[in-house]
Structure formats: structure tokens, C-alpha cells
Design a protein around this ligand. Structure first.
Ligand code: ADP
Ligand code: MG
Length: 483
């Protein structure tokens, strides 16, 4: 069902496109050797180039270029062997050069496509318009001194990738799913850490509304939204605001707005500047960027398996449902964990254990995959004991809890506590005989048609055997003895 909003004059559709700024993971900045590491004392990671000293020249960082190409490949996008840097002129106190080196006319990456999945399981494709490289600015702080503003240039010159989507997004949910998907892809690729709280990923959200069948109307751009939840909320609030403007006889003006999460509203910041306001021109201090196809191919060959492909492979190789596979590939570490457990074992059993008892244990003990008391190898050994029938599924749960608590291997716990499954039919038969004798009244009820009691007898036999009976053999023996 398409997402729509109801106004006084009828039904409205939402149109949205995102511009995502993703900070490149690299040792040094895009055009200088200064460290690109997050944090550090203010102005510790600043070279003369970043500080805009006269006569300093930018030198392109090859690793940043490689990261942009990897990201482009991950977005199934066109890699442009010819691209060029342009100078975008504007004044900010924290932009010492008075211009930003960006890519305008000839971005390094062209059109691509990203697959998103919605709550109801629908798969939708969102077009990528382009990805270009540019420099980040520094940070002005107005709350550090009573009368002065201070500037930290540590971020100035750090490489950013701006990933621009087509206006293909039609709801807050799609906007959220798209942003999460981009974050997942760059994390898999290792090209951006995707930490929105630290600002290494943020989104400009473009929103307009229209009646069904119309052309696009004027959009507004909401700057620097820094969480998935805020992006979703910004789309909705801004759409509602625009509907109100149109319905009260006004016209939406193209402008840049700010999202205020505390008030849950967007506010006008400035009227939207056009490209010509920036006086773009080819950056005279840099040559055009020419890539060799062989170099791009070498990067492509080393690309990790991406989440969509991994998900489909998990379904095919391990026979697990598409939904479960989606949960398991949420991040690379989880996918690796699953695969270590599942390899050479029953993939469904592995998936059920991980998404059930294992996740519950992580939550309960406040641990993560990395700090978990039970490693993938240890969990795999437990599953082996179930599969080779050393223990039954019920006892396995107790063994697992003991593993979480003590960190001991499954086999040691089974031996120590004598938890081996009983498959000796003599012992099982004896237990069944005893239980049926003790419950003669229930046996009579069963025989007069109360079929449901079968489960009760099985339960009692299991209990008498401290849970260690082989379930199939116990069932068989109860059936036999009940006649
Ligand atoms: P600019 O360069 O001025 O920022 P672009 O054409 O590059 O403008 O578009 C920026 C973003 O706005 C893109 O993500 C695009 O999908 C989105 N967008 C364009 N037109 C609309 C529209 N009518 N409604 C919503 N989003 C739009
Ligand atoms: Mg833009």
C-alpha cells in the first residue's frame, strides 16, 4: 500500500531524495597529510594546506579516491574514469580557504541503484544519481567562551563522499530504509564507519508533495539530519507543513531548512542557493582525475561480499528463510559469526539458535558478538552434540546456559553433569512402565478417548529421566505401551 497523507483538499503523495554525506575512512585528509582520525585535541590535526595558508597546494590522497570507487562499486554505479575537481566558493568562518574543493560537473561516480526492503517484505529500487568527493569544513563553537567563538579545524579537509539519490523515495519508511541500507553498505565496504552520532554520516533531506499523477512540485531541503529516526520524522513533518501551505492557497518556496529534533519541526534557514551562486570553476590547483580501468578492476576484485548477495547466498546455501537471512547479514560481524556456526552443519538449526537463545543471552548479559562468553566455535560444538544425538534439544538449552555462565565447552559440561541422552530402550521402557502404572486413572481416560493426555505421559517420562530421554524413542515407547 502506497504511503499517502490526507489533507483538506484530498490525498497527497510525498516525494523525497537524500543527499548523504559520508566521511571516508582514511589515514589522512583528502588533500593533505594531516591525520583524518576522529577526536584529538582541537587543531591538532591541521596542516598548512587545511589552514589555507597562502601558497599551499593540495595533493590528492589515492586512498580516498580508492574508497570512493569502492563505494561506487558497492552502489552498482558507473565509475567515471574521468572526473574533475571544482572550486565551490562560499564564506564560512570554519572554511579558511573561502572555498571548498568539490566535484560538480564531473563526479567520480555516476548513476547506480540500491535495493531497500520495507516492513511488508516489498523490495524497492532507489536510484543513485551520483557520488562525488569533497572536503569537509571545520567546526565553529559558540559555547566555549563568553564573548568569542572558537574554531577547530581538525575536520577541515577530511574527505567526504556525497551520495545523491534520485527523487524515488515515497515515504518516511522508505527514507529510513534507504539511509540504513547505505550505512550497511559502506560499513561492509569499510569506506565509512556510518556513526551518525559522531557526525561521520549525515543526510540532507529533500522533500516535496504532490497530488497523484502530477509532475513534481517545488522541494525544500532539510540540512544535516543526523539519525535514521530524525530523517523519517523530518520527511513526515516537512510534508505536512507543505500540504498546509498549498492548501491554504500559498506556494512552497524552494529553501534550505533546519530540523529541530527537540521541537519536532523544520525551520527556514535561508532561501535555496543555485549552483551559479557558488561561482563554481575547475580547481586550478589540481589536474583532472584520470583512473585506469585495470586499477578499478583490481579494486572490484577485492570487494567484500555485500549484504544483498550474502543474504541470497545464505538462503541458497543454508536453506534459511529470506527474512532470517536478512537479520543475520545486518552487519558483517554477525554474518561471519553465523557462517562459522553454520558451515558444515544444519543451517536452520544454527540460525534458530543464534536468533533465539544466543541473542537472548547477549541481551541478558549485556555483551556483544565480540565479548560474548560463547564463541561461534563453541556454539558450533554444542550443535554437533545435538546433531550426533549425544544430547537432546531440551538439555542443550541447559548446557548452553551453563556455557554462558562458566565459559566451559559443551562437551565438558555434558560429561561433568552426566547429561548424555538416554537411547537405551530398556531404560526408556522401564521409565514408561513406571509412569503408566503410577497414572492408571489417566491411562483409563486416555483409552476412553482423551488423546491429549499423550503429551502428558511423554512429559512425565522425560521428567522421570531428568530430561535426558531421546524424544523420538520416548514417544515410540509410550505409543507402544499404551497399545
Ligand atoms: P541541488 O544540486 O540543487 O541540491 P539536485 O537536483 O542535485 O539539486 O537534487 C538534490 C536532491 O533533491 C536529490 O537527492 C534529488 O533526488 C532531490 N529532489 C530533486 N527534486 C525533488 C523534488 N521535486 N522533490 C523532492 N526531492 C527532490
Ligand atoms: Mg545538493
Amino acid at each position: 500500500m502506497a504511503y499517502t497523507l490526507e489533507g483538506r483538499t484530498g490525498t497527497w503523495e510525498v516525494v523525497c531524495g537524500l543527499e548523504i554525506h559520508a566521511q571516508v575512512i582514511s589515514e589522512s585528509k583528502l588533500f593533505s597529510g594531516a591525520s583524518a582520525t576522529y577526536g584529538g585535541a582541537p587543531n591538532d590535526h591541521v596542516s598548512f594546506v587545511d589552514a589555507g595558508f597562502p601558497g599551499m597546494l593540495p595533493v590528492i590522497n589515492q586512498e580516498c579516491v580508492a574508497q570512493a570507487v569502492r563505494t561506487g562499486l558497492g552502489l552498482k554505479a558507473q565509475i567515471n574514469l574521468f572526473s574533475r575537481f571544482d572550486r565551490k566558493n562560499y564564506f564560512y568562518a570554519d572554511l579558511p580557504n573561502g572555498y571548498q574543493i568539490s566535484q560538480f560537473e564531473h563526479p567520480i561516480v555516476g548513476t547506480g541503484v540500491v535495493e531497500i526492503e520495507l516492513q511488508d517484505g516489498t523490495i524497492k529500487h532507489i536510484g543513485i544519481t551520483r557520488l562525488h568527493l569533497e572536503q569537509d569544513a571545520g567546526k565553529s563553537m559558540h559555547d566555549q567562551h563568553a564573548a568569542k567563538s572558537v574554531i577547530d579545524l581538525n575536520r577541515a579537509g577530511v574527505a567526504l563522499m556525497e551520495i545523491v539519490s534520485e527523487p524515488d523515495i515515497r515515504s518516511p519508511e522508505e527514507a529510513g530504509a534507504y539511509l540504513r541500507k547505505i550505512r550497511q553498505i559502506v560499513r561492509y565496504l569499510g569506506t565509512c564507519d556510518g556513526n551518525m552520532e559522531e557526525g561521520s554520516m549525515r543526510a540532507d533531506v529533500n522533500v516535496s508533495v504532490r497530488k497523484a499523477g502530477e509532475e513534481f512540485r517545488t522541494r525544500c531541503e532539510i540540512k544535516n539530519v543526523n539519525s535514521v529516526r530524525f530523517v523519517m520524522h523530518a520527511v513526515e513533518t516537512e510534508a505536512l507543513r507543505q500540504i498546509e501551505v498549498w492548501e491554504s492557497g500559498g506556494a512552497v518556496k524552494q529553501e534550505t531548512r533546519l530540523y529541530d529534533p527537540a521541537r519536532g519541526e523544520t525551520r527556514s534557514m535561508r532561501s535555496k542557493e543555485d549552483a551559479h551562486d557558488y561561482r563554481y570553476f575547475p580547481e586550478p590547483d589540481l589536474l583532472p582525475l584520470i583512473l585506469e580501468q585495470d586499477w578499478v578492476d583490481a579494486l572490484a576484485a577485492k570487494l567484500p561480499e555485500l549484504p544483498d548477495e550474502k543474504r541470497r547466498r545464505f538462503c541458497a546455501e543454508y536453506g534459511i528463510p529470506f527474512y532470517d537471512a536478512g537479520v543475520l547479514v545486518a552487519d558483517q560481524a554477525m554474518a561471519d559469526f553465523y557462517e562459522t556456526v553454520a558451515k558444515g552443519r544444519d543451517g536452520k538449526l544454527a540460525a534458530n539458535w543464534i536468533s533465539g537463545d544466543f541473542f537472548a543471552a547477549l541481551n541478558r548479559t549485556g555483551t556483544t558478538l565480540e565479548t560474548s562468553p560463547v564463541s561461534a566455535a563453541a556454539l558450533g560444538e554444542l550443535l554437533d552434540l545435538i546433531t550426533d544425538k549425544t544430547i537432546n534439544g531440551r538439555i542443550a538449552k541447559d548446557v548452553f546456559e551453563e556455557m554462558v555462565e562458566t565459559g566451559k565447552p559443551a562437551a565438558a559440561i555434558v560429561e561433568e553433569k552426566g547429561l548424555r541422552q538416554v537411547t537405551d530402550t530398556g531404560a526408556i521402557d522401564a521409565a514408561v512402565t513406571k509412569v503408566l502404572a503410577e497414572n492408571a486413572d489417566k491411562v483409563a481416560e486416555y483409552k476412553s478417548g482423551k488423546d491429549k493426555l499423550f503429551g502428558f505421559f511423554v512429559g512425565q517420562v522425560m521428567k522421570a529421566m531428568q530430561g535426558k530421554g531421546n524424544p523420538a524413542l520416548v514417544n515410540e515407547a509410550v505409543t507402544k505401551q499404551l497399545g
